[in-house]
Design a protein around this ligand. Sequence first.
Ligand code: DGJ
Length: 343
Amino acid sequence: MKTKLYHGVAACILLLSLAVPTRAADTAPIIKPGAIWHDDRGEHINAHGGGILQVGGTWYWFGEYRPKDAVPGRRYVSCYSSVDLVHWTFRGLPIDMTAPEGIGPNWVLERPKVFHHAKTKKFVMYLHLDGPLDPREADPDKAYKLARVGVAVSDTVEGPYTYLRSFRPLGQESRDIGQFIDDDGSAYLIFESRPTKGFFIAKLSADYLDVAAQTAFIEAPIEGGALVHYDGLYYILGSALTGWAPNPNKYATAKELKGPWSEFKDIAPPETKTYGSQSTLLLKVVGTDKTTVIFMGDQWKPRAQWDSRYLWMPLEIGAGRLRLPEPREWTLDVKTGAAGLRP
Ligand code: DGJ
């Protein structure tokens, strides 16, 4: 009897300790996962595999810009800004370039992530830069052999950014990249490395222009790596390696960034394949009342990338557990930090 009572009380405490989104107020702007999201020009937001940088009270969303009418051989990064994470203003194309370093026209620019250096005041963009080993190679399936990161820099957040160079971080193959800024301001790059059968969390150099040191290596076949520090615990999540096709994304936790990391568990019922999405970032919104952690994912349409959609949902997170709720409309108040699920 006593044990039952104890378990009941423990379950209640656990539920109360989870950051569970509440019911929405009627007037707040609405986020509609999977719908077409219009920018200030009325165009569908084109920023895939994105990253978000907060500068003061404004969030900047950088992503792969994949227009229907892309010029062959050119690759682009787009930038949008918002003060509420719902209404987005198009700020232009901070990167609009042909292949650097003689990679050839069949090249890859994916998952841009921007960091702001408090002392140098520079904005530093990391890119997954890839392409075939032979620049004359035309087969798109061979476009992921270089496995490097590119670095570009700007004095202003929306750019344009000047491309500097590419390299293999820590000498390792690097494909999907993710970004993480810890509560103490330290900046990290997350990168997937197939030959090592896992992924790295690596600290950026003092000027952010290089990847300086390995913080953790996690042996798990995970890409689209995204990390958040929430209530004294680190939560990392990512997808399995299935190309553009969705799969069950998984998460692990650790008390310290360097680990030890727990085993990976599903973030949603595995049969939903993360509701058809793939992780790109975990965004922590700290308000006056609450902290909401947003799962940002891409619903890819590989044959019509310009029409790919975004699945953003507030996570149920806390006490070592993380769950992506079934997508539905929701609201966010960035002042209070409260997220509300619509009925
Ligand atoms: C999965 C990655 O997460 C995407 O960013 C992209 O590189 C696709 N693979 C390409 O197949």
